[in-house]
Design a protein around this ligand. Structure first.
Ligand code: A3P
Length: 276
């Protein structure tokens, strides 16, 4: 809460900033790498010395409320080059005023709620086990998630807020689905690049593929910098890389849990024509 309040009160958006928004475990890590590589494309022509190979995506693209403003009401942002790239899990209604009012570009990524929940459950349990707290039973966690008792609020509210905003303000808010990015990576990355004003040339797929290779799960998850050590907030870097697959819920959820999550998703999204 301290980080959220401090972000709301103190963060001053610049019109050139880009904000990447997700609910936890929607593949934020991947989008951080993709946007960082995209925006900084002119600075790194050779991928062998790319910062993504020596720094964690979470160090290169910090969370406003979890990293920058959590214990600091006035973080030093002076070394960041334009366009500055930040990330957040805040819902639309909780964003700082300066972000809502400016021309700030928002890129929102969501993921199938069943996969998001399974990823969250695994992530929290890894942290609990490390702290000798014992695993959280899945039934209990699923019950809370379905009731909307989640970090940063109910997943469905968070997604809908940004989905509606993307329909109303398509030049300000881009709405992405992880599953689409996995299925049509080249098209989706071209779309994001166009939205951010750094489009790829029409007839060349190689620069797009180069970013996708650099940011692939296989490449990044094996790097020493993502396997060892902790982030500044104390979380093991390796916990952010598990499987990176679409549909892994099938190996984890009971049919009842899956049905319940599907039912909520259908009830909340169908009247808006949104499918996840
Ligand atoms: P799984 O737990 O399903 O494997 P977040 O980044 O929002 O914390 O979400 C973490 C999820 O993103 C994890 O999903 C993790 O494996 C996946 N992930 C991290 N880096 C990725 C990458 N480069 N490509 C694809 N998925 C990635």
């Amino acid at each position: 809460m301290d980080g959220v309040l401090s972000t709301q009160r103190n963060f001053k958006a610049l019109e050139s900033d880009v904000l990447l928004i997700t609910t936890p475990k929607s593949d934020t890590t991947w989008l951080k790498t993709v946007l960082f590589a995209l925006i900084n494309r002119p600075s790194y022509s050779r991928s062998s010395d790319h910062p993504l190979l020596s720094k964690s995506p979470h160090e290169l693209v910090p969370f406003l409320e979890i990293d920058l403003y959590v214990h600091n009401h006035d973080p030093d942002l002076s070394s960041l080059t334009s366009p500055r790239l930040f990330s957040t899990h805040l819902s639309l209604g909780s964003l700082p005023e300066s972000v809502v009012r400016s021309k700030y570009k928002l890129v929102y990524l969501c993921r199938n709620p069943k996969d998001t929940f399974v990823s969250l459950w695994n992530f929290i349990n890894q942290m609990r086990l490390e702290n000798n707290l014992g695993a959280n039973p899945m039934e209990e966690a699923s019950e809370m998630f379905c009731r909307g008792v989640s970090m940063f609020g109910p997943l469905w509210d968070n997604v809908l807020g940004y989905y509606k905003a993307s329909l109303k303000m398509p030049n300000k808010v881009m709405f992405l689905k992880y599953e689409d990015m996995k299925e049509r990576p080249v098209e989706e990355l071209r779309r994001v690049a166009g939205f951010l004003g750094c489009p790829f040339s029409e007839n060349q797929d190689e620069p797009v593929n180069e970013i996708l290779r650099l940011c692939s799960f296989d490449r990044l998850s094996r790097l020493e910098v993502n396997q060892n050590g902790k982030l500044y907030n104390g979380v093991d870097k390796k916990f952010f890389f598990r499987k990176g697959q679409v549909g892994d819920w099938i190996n984890n959820l009971s049919p009842e849990m899956a049905e319940r999550l599907d039912r909520i998703t259908e009830e909340r999204f169908s009247s808006f024509g949104l499918k996840l």
